[in-house]
Design a binder for this molecule. Structure first.
Ligand SMILES: Nc1ncnc2c1ncn2[C@@H]1O[C@H](COP(=O)(O)OP(=O)(O)O)[C@@H](O)[C@H]1O
Ligand SMILES: [Mg+2]
Length: 311
């Protein structure tokens, strides 16, 4: 692998789903249309867009739950469709870890936190099967995610949502992941603790040199963790580049629409698009002109690109 090879690259990925359609007819729904992006070690890409635009489909393709209809997904330069066989897939799934929206969903209510962390350590041969060593390692992992060591003896329901999400983060550290796919990791948490969890992820990313895909519907949170941002709408990436560029100098009408919807009074996003038309009043029009597929891309800055409207 070249030193600048991305840890993960999506190259012109298309994903079609066949839906219902009755006996004679099957409808094809294009959930992803020509998606390309790269993720590098120690860096995060925010994939931002409203519900249904295709964000989780990207994550499912990367974890090999789905196969792409077209295009390529490269992990350390290697096409992931070539990752076959039990051991190879197990190794890949160890390197690529998911963190989900529901911090409870991925924890088993009948087991202690100790169990949740010791199990992957053993399963992936990350620690000797020795009680003292396992306990020490589990406590180290808890410390890394800023949880007290006594958390090990608790059950998931005894923790807050934010603490549970920290345990999920500790699980990804336990197996020595290289790439973390965090799918709306804070959207079920109280607003007051979201930033703490994002800050932790930001620190983990740097400290352990992790590549991060941060999936969110909330453009305003992208800058907490992601150097780069890609804005997605109806299966297409409409604008991408440095997060500061995309947020401070948005070009695509859909990005502007997202910004106009940010309710955070501390983030003076509204100023960015002041003087332009009233985005919230024109939402329907903007969505309709943004949905057609377009191949035309304009470079706005060194690392800032915008897809031109079709037609
Ligand atoms: N297995 C599937 N079969 C059919 N349609 C699907 C399937 N998975 C996702 N979709 C559709 O693809 C689109 C994108 O879904 P998803 O990636 O979950 O969006 P997001 O995560 O951005 O909310 C949605 O319209 C969804 O209904
Ligand atoms: Mg989703």
């Amino acid at each position: 692998m070249q030193p600048d090879t991305p840890i993960l690259e999506m190259r012109n990925v298309v994903k079609d789903f066949t839906t219902g359609g009755g006996f004679a007819k099957t409808d094809i729904f294009r959930a992803l249309n020509d998606i390309s992006f790269s993720i590098h070690k120690g860096r995060a890409l925010a994939l931002v867009g409203e519900s249904g635009c295709g964000k989780s489909t990207c994550a499912r393709l990367i974890t090999k739950i789905y196969e792409p209809t077209n295009g390529q997904i490269l992990f350390r330069g290697k096409d992931i469709t070539e990752i076959k066989g039990r051991q190879e897939v197990l190794n890949y799934r160890k390197s690529v870890q998911m963190i989900f929206q529901d911090p409870f969903g991925s924890l088993n209510p009948t087991h202690t936190i100790y169990h949740h962390l010791a199990r992957p350590l053993l399963l992936h041969g990350m620690c000797e099967n020795n009680k003292v060593k396992l306990r020490t390692r589990v406590e180290e992992l808890l410390e890394m995610v800023e949880l007290p060591s006594l958390t090990a003896d608790k059950y998931p329901h005894e923790l807050s949502g934010g603490q549970r999400q920290r345990v999920n983060m500790a699980k990804t550290l336990a197996v020595g992941a290289d790439l973390v796919l965090a799918d709306e990791p804070t959207s079920m948490l109280d607003v007051s603790i979201r930033i703490g969890v994002l800050d932790l992820m930001q620190r983990m990313k740097k400290e352990f040199n992790l590549g991060f895909l941060y999936i969110t519907h909330d453009l305003a949170t992208a800058h907490y963790i992601a150097e780069e941002t890609a804005v997605m709408f109806k299966g297409q990436i409409v604008e991408w580049g440095d997060t500061t560029e995309v947020i401070n100098n948005p070009q695509h009408p859909y990005t502007k629409l997202l910004i106009s919807a940010v309710p955070d009074p501390d983030v003076r996003f509204a100023d960015v698009i002041k003087g332009d038309l009233d985005y919230s009043d024109n939402a329907h029009h903007i969505r309709s002109i943004s949905s057609a597929h377009s191949q035309q891309v304009k470079q706005v800055n060194h690392n800032h690109f915008v897809r031109q409207l079709a037609g």
